[in-house]
Unconditional design. Structure first.
Length: 384
């Protein structure tokens, strides 16, 4: 009976809080945050633990927020950490400071910890806006157009996109600076004469449109070609003329050419007051093959034992030019340092300034419209 009374008494005292029982540490307050509302509280820390407050909020869609955490007493020592479903910002504990951050869509928890009185406030910022001085420009080579925007760089990068109305005329990419001055660049690469519109967007912001007039482009043809000049996109019935009739003749109305000799010239298409220029590189296959043959003789170990098996001419899409280019390929054999005959292949083509480029990695499979050239035309010596 005495043991039963003692047990009942101990339970009653524990319930009344007189006897200390094991309890979990106080995790602080947790509440749902309302954007634009200021929250204040006082945190107390002991030698064994740090007090914390938690604020939950949800971001949809991804946007910028301005986080303000301030101490309200001279002895306060407050830090905070932001964590979320898809991102953590900052990635480490941060001291008290105001900061602008881009947050993707998701749930977030702001933990404020330390000691002393503090206030916290999170505000959604307005979406970024573009500022562009000029809305159009002429491009005859790679060009960079600068623009400015409001907001953070990570916010701008998260939603930045660029589109071109006609990729055959020009392509573009957008670059956002990491600096805090809110600047970016549109990198434009022209491919063909004509006009197109480049549209750049940031995350949920207004867009900017930049109209590109590509007045210069490159065209690679072979000697003897009677093709039609590449007409500017969107331009009907332009009038043509050639800057060098000895290299290329062109019919004024139809734009059909006759490539007479190797070299460079400019074709001009005029429509009203607007002029579009096409820089043409004409390849003479025989001359290019002879130059390549001399290049081989200068590089092999024993030129006297050089043997040419096959010479091909055709077209290949080159990395250097980015378009279909007349090329030649020479299949030859030469001796190495030990006297053994080694069979190799070398390809060549002209660049935009009519200088030959050579590659030892070209394969006959990569050449379209391939035809053979008689090796005697390449290897014969000039008469003195």
């Amino acid at each position: 009976m005495k043991k039963l009374l003692a047990l009942v008494l101990s339970f009653s005292l524990a319930f009344a809080g007189i006897v200390a029982m094991p309890q979990k540490a106080d995790a602080g307050k947790t509440q749902n945050l309302v954007f634009g509302t200021t929250y204040t509280n006082t945190l107390k820390s002991s030698y064994y633990s740090t007090d914390s407050d938690y604020y939950n909020f949800y971001v949809s869609p991804g946007t910028e927020v301005y986080i303000t955490v301030e101490t309200l007493s001279t002895s306060a020592d407050i830090s905070w950490k932001l964590s979320g479903d898809k991102a953590v910002f900052p990635s480490v504990d941060a001291p008290t400071r105001n900061i602008m951050a881009y947050l993707p869509v998701g749930n977030y928890k702001l933990r404020v910890y330390g000691t002393g009185k503090y206030s916290v406030k999170i505000v959604k910022k307005a979406f970024g806006k573009f500022y562009l001085n000029k809305r159009s420009g002429t491009v005859n080579s790679k060009k960079t157009v600068n623009f400015s925007y409001t907001g953070t760089s990570d916010y701008a990068k998260a939603g930045a996109s660029v589109k071109t109305s006609n990729k055959k005329v020009a392509t573009a990419s957008v670059e956002i600076s990491d600096s805090i001055d809110g600047r970016g660049m549109i990198h434009i690469t022209p491919h063909h004469i004509g006009t197109c519109v480049i549209t750049v967007k940031l995350a949920r912001s207004n867009s900017i449109k930049y109209r590109v007039y590509c007045t210069s482009g490159y065209w690679f043809v072979a000697k003897g070609s009677k093709a039609k000049a590449p007409k500017p996109y969107g331009v009907k019935k332009p009038k043509w003329k050639s800057s060098r009739k000895k290299v290329i003749k062109i019919k004024k109305k139809s734009g059909r050419i006759k490539a007479k000799k190797g070299g460079r010239c400019t074709l001009i298409a005029k429509k009203g007051k607007k002029k579009y220029r096409v820089k043409v590189v004409v390849t003479d296959f025989i001359k290019l093959a002879r130059k390549t043959y001399r290049e081989i003789k200068d590089s092999v170990n024993n030129p006297d034992r050089l043997k040419v098996y096959n010479v091909y001419k055709g077209y290949s899409r080159q990395v250097y030019t980015g378009m279909k280019t007349p090329v030649i390929l020479i299949d030859f054999g030469s001796t190495n340092a030990f006297g053994a005959m080694i069979r190799q292949k070398i390809g060549a083509w002209y660049d935009t300034v009519h200088q030959p480029h050579y590659t030892w990695a070209m394969s006959p499979k990569n050449i379209i419209k391939k035809k053979r050239i008689k090796t005697k035309k390449i290897t014969r010596k000039k008469k003195r």
